[in-house]
Design a protein around this ligand. Sequence first.
Ligand code: B12
Length: 254
Amino acid sequence: MSGELRGAIMGLGADDVGFAKIDDYQSPASALVESLLPGARSLIVLAFREFSAVDSPSPQMAMNGRLDVMEYARSVGYRLTRHLEADLHAWALTVPVSYPMDFSDPDKSGVAELSLRHAAVAAGLGAFGRHNLVVHPRFGTRVIFTAVLTDLELPSDPPVEANPCTGCGLCVEACPSGALDEAGKTHLAKCLGTSQPHGARGSIAFWSRFGVAGTEERNTMLRSPEYLSLYQAGFIGQQYFCFRCLAACPVGRG
Ligand code: B12
């Protein structure tokens, strides 16, 4: 079954796929898989390559490339779910590439329902590198993941034989905010400051100033580049302005 399914998934357009039994998924911060899909037995993790957009000096063009990959990944996950439910009569649940996230618990800020990096590691698709991202043996760090939870029983793929991260430290040097200075931990606030300047924090700062501003100042604020960027990020859903730790990684670059 798993050989045939793997072939079908590659045919749907994933760049790589791995399977993990739920018991092999070990993510201390987001462990409660049963609460997402009662009866879930396995995770199907899909890998998608990032293109040269991540090297673009234009944050807009870089983000546009990411939106392409995210939409594509979402569509492959959806088509896989249709195949699992309609043809194999299994239960299936897609995992968000990034959002939606649950913000109701302040202690879980920045923690997804399911950690795709831990899922990818469990499914033999790579290992954690110095930048706390998963490095794929062939694609290096230029890869994003999505996953589908299912009640099908699929044996876990073997873990990668050796960690593809060479520990060169180029990702740490490339980080403009020092978010990777401490090994094994990404400093959330430092990373967010440069990677999503127009995210929730930027929005709160803007509206806090707006709340105490006079009428004339408010009019100016609503026509400022800052507001237009926040407005745009609002309908895009998120807007990354930094891909440097990912782009700096030399693994898989020939
Ligand atoms: C919230 C989030 C963020 C937050 C918080 C990151 C964080 N601390 O986890 C912010 C906004 C900062 C962020 C930044 C980025 N993100 Co992000 N993010 C997510 C998201 C939505 C949830 C992550 C989560 O739940 N984290 C909380 C838990 C899981 O973290 P944790 O258990 O505490 O583990 C942390 C450490 O303990 C350490 N760690 C844990 N175990 C181990 C084991 C070893 C051996 C080591 C060394 C480290 C280590 O790594 C983690 C990072 O701090 C995921 C999608 C998803 N659903 O997984 C994408 C995701 C992790 N992001 C991704 C990417 C690419 C990025 C960015 C490059 C931004 C961009 N332009 O795309 C940067 C990279 C920052 C970095 N070098 O860490 C990719 C990673 C792909 C990959 N190849 O690994 C993901 C998987 C999205 C996807 N669909 O592919 N992200």
